[in-house]
Ligand binder design. Structure first.
Ligand code: NAD
Length: 486
């Protein structure tokens, strides 16, 4: 069995990849993979049995023994070969991603490109994993600080940006010299499997990269309980993050948790409103708002507030909803019916504590669509202000002075991304110092890049992905006190 090749109606759910081969999942359970633009079932994804998971653990242990002893330059070469294959197959993978996840094809293509960039950066960094030599306290004594891979890792990635989020974990783990078992989301499995196939075909030794699917809770419990797994990296909801932290605790396993966000946007009245609105509408409704760092709570200085909200709402309402495969589509469906129901409930409860300016309904009735939705004058205790919407809902409030903007922006349990728009260096500095988040974009809508760490505070989780800190998460530090003149 090989990974899926996307070709419209030819969609095939992938198998598992364990050791050195593809196989069909041996469990009796399966997941229906549904095209969220149409509601049609694309295929059935077969799950791993307990025996499959045990095989994956054994393969990952064997793969680790090989990979940890593979020189960094060779690890880099293999990963870069995989990146080249990934770039070459981007169009096929993107089409598959749109079919199973719903986002517009251009965004799927962008996702595959960013995934390739992220693994490339990690691959290049593999040759720069450096320790240090510290002067010892006597002649002939060296204090050495060495870096070593932590061991086989379990990588759990979600359905909103499945290719990037799996790539970021795979790239970090493999560049560091770890082997891994990847469990991508069952609802959007094939695009990630096609990416995995690129690295397998690039020549990774058996067992270095393993791919499984199953019932998430059962897979996590089985794999995290094993002594083989030394680190878990998860991106997803706060509730599941808490559950996994509990499962990892008895084995004291390392954990990276990239959970939800409720990103504030602070817009001061010196901005070019038209330009700022255009950039923020694009950022807000990309991937139908299903991004952990999507701008969500918009705080706009009172002098420009009414004009800003009006222009934002008109631009949002003009976005073309549709099947992501159609070239004119600007916003696709939500990824699944669960998210559509969640948005409807959130909008109904928020409407009691805010003014609905535009949207609020499905727009297109077939499939999992939801309109770009804008609320103004949202009360601080409205449900959408408290719980991450994770969808195409923008919430606006006016502010009068920087201190109140900061207080409102920080009034949340989450702390992932934040956005600030002003030309004032003083205000920029005040916001950077005061915002309680892991990543801030100033006059920009980009908070996540390959070269820099991405991680949160509070309910947004802990640990980092990407950048040097991301790689560090797959390494442990070994101190050696070496006396060469005993
Ligand atoms: P959910 O909490 O059921 O699942 C979230 C993700 O975790 C999914 O990918 C799911 O497959 C996975 N998951 C669930 N239980 C798991 C387990 N025991 N072990 C391992 N993985 C497990 O919610 P959902 O309906 O799929 O998504 C809705 C919420 O999830 C959103 O409100 C959002 O906050 C969060 N989410 C966050 C991100 C992110 O990028 N941080 C991505 C996707 C979803």
């Amino acid at each position: 069995m090989t990974a899926t090749k996307a070709s419209g109606a030819g969609y095939r759910a992938p198998g598992l990849y364990i050791g050195d081969r593809w196989r069909a999942g041996g469990a009796a359970t399966h997941t229906a993979v549904v095209n969220p633009a149409t509601g049609a079932t694309l295929d059935q994804l077969r799950h791993a049995s307990a025996a499959d998971l045990d095989d994956a653990l054994q393969a990952a242990q064997a793969g680790f023994e090989t990979w940890r002893n593979t020189p960094a330059a060779a690890r880099q070469d293999l990963l870069l070969r995989g990146v080249a294959l990934l770039r070459g197959r981007a169009a096929d993978i993107a089409r598959c991603l749109t079919l199973e996840q719903g986002k517009p094809l251009a965004q799927s293509l962008g996702e595959v490109k960013v995934a390739a960039d992220m693994v490339q950066w990690y691959a290049e960094q593999a040759r720069r994993i450096q320790g240090r030599l510290v002067p010892g306290d006597a002649a002939g004594v060296d204090y050495e600080v060495r870096k070593a891979p932590v061991g086989p890792c379990l990588l759990l990635s979600p359905w909103n940006v499945p290719v990037i989020l799996a790539a970021r974990k795979i790239g970090g783990a493999l560049a560091a010299g770890c082997s891994c078992i990847v469990k991508p989301p069952e609802e959007t499995p094939a695009a990630v499997a096609m990416m995995v196939a690129c690295f397998v075909e690039a020549g990774l030794p058996p067992g270095v990269l393993n791919l499984v699917f199953g019932v998430p809770d059962a897979v996590s419990r089985h794999l995290i309980a094993s002594d083989t797994i030394k680190k878990v990296s998860f991106t997803g909801s706060v509730a599941v993050g808490r559950l996994l932290a509990g499962l990892a605790a008895p084995g004291l396993k390392r954990l990276t948790l990239e959970l939800g966000g409720h990103s504030p946007v602070v817009v001061f009245d010196d901005v070019d409103v038209e330009d700022c609105v255009a950039r923020l509408v694009a950022a807000k409704f990309r991937n139908a708002g299903q991004l952990c760092h999507a701008p969500t709570r918009f705080f706009v200085q009172r002098r420009i507030y009414a004009d800003f909200v009006d222009r934002f709402a008109r631009a949002a309402a003009s976005l073309k909803q549709g099947d992501g495969l159609l070239p004119q589509t600007e916003i696709g469906p939500l990824a699944n019916a669960r998210r559509q129901r969640a948005m409807a409930e959130l909008v109904a409860s928020t409407a009691r504590a805010a003014t609905l300016v535009t949207g609020g309904g499905h727009g297109i009735e077939q499939g999992c669509f939801f309109q770009p939705t804008v609320f103004a004058d949202v009360q601080p205790d409205a449900e959408a202000m408290v719980n991450e919407p994770f969808g195409p809902v923008a919430l606006f409030r006016a502010f009068d002075d920087p201190a109140s903007a900061l207080a409102q922006a920080n009034a949340t349990r989450y702390g992932l991304g934040a956005y600030v728009f002003t030309d004032s260096a003083r205000l920029q500095r005040q916001m950077i110092d005061g915002l309680n988040v892991g990543a801030i974009a100033v006059n920009s809508t980009v908070v996540s890049v390959a070269e820099a760490p991405f991680g949160g505070v509070g309910d947004s989780g802990y640990g980092y992905e990407s950048g040097e800190e991301g790689l560090e998460g797959y390494l442990h530090t070994k101190f050696v006190n070496r006396n060469s003149q005993p």
